[in-house]
Design a protein around this ligand. Structure first.
Ligand code: HEM
Length: 180
């Protein structure tokens, strides 16, 4: 997983606790003193270890914490990947382009980073369908990202989930449009 995600997870923990608790969590994850570089990639197991230690220590529900973490990382991700986000895009345009533009750039520029292969379909101007089938089972992170992207565009969206083979389908719809 991309070093940016590790650095942001460490910031997220510090923002939700204290330097002492942060050290305790890194101890619990058996990664005390580990330094993460934003230009490198690290084993998923290390992210899982830090995240599990965080939920245990702060008594957080993992799915809720993952969604909150998704919201937390979105502003810095939008800054880092700004050159690839067209200024004329709306919230739905950006969502439609996550796979073909953004995750593709992440893969090309960070050899070790493997964002999920999302299957994205623009159903109509106000609705996007996103199929998530990653083995990492981090959908709640994606939901947090979507909610924060909508907030960034000052838009409200509804997100509904249905099961598909090996994953989940999200229907993201601009709220109040009355379109099906
Ligand atoms: C500007 C928008 C976005 C940027 C810059 C971005 C970037 C990234 C990056 C850098 C990673 C780490 C990949 C790795 O290290 O292997 C990642 C992972 C991920 N992304 Fe995105 N992403 C964006 C939008 C989205 C959206 C809208 C979703 C909605 C489903 C999403 C779902 C995920 C998930 C679930 C992961 C965790 C890895 C996994 O499940 O396999 N991302 N993304």
């Amino acid at each position: 997983m991309h070093g940016i995600i590790f650095l942001q997870l460490q910031k997220f923990i510090k923002a939700s606790s204290s330097p002492e608790v942060f050290s305790k969590i890194m101890d619990e994850a058996k990664l005390r003193g580990k330094f993460f570089d934003a230009t490198k990639a690290y084993p998923d197991e290390e992210l899982v270890a830090i995240f599990s230690a965080t939920c245990k220590t702060l008594n957080l529900d993992p799915e809720v914490a993952l969604e909150e973490f998704g919201k937390f990382i979105t502003p810095p991700l939008l800054v880092t990947y700004k050159p690839y986000i067209k200024s004329e895009w709306s919230c739905m345009d950006l969502l439609e382009n996550i796979e073909t533009t953004i995750h593709r750039v992440v893969r090309a520029s960070n050899p070790g980073a493997t964002p999920p292969e999302l299957l994205i379909t623009r159903i109509n101007p106000n609705e996007v369908q996103i199929d998530y089938t990653s083995k990492r089972k981090m959908l709640s992170l994606g939901i947090g990202i979507i909610k924060k992207i909508a907030e960034h565009y000052n838009e409200k969206v509804t997100i509904s989930k249905t099961a598909i083979p090996n994953g989940t389908r999200l229907m993201v719809k601009k709220a109040g449009t009355g379109l099906k």
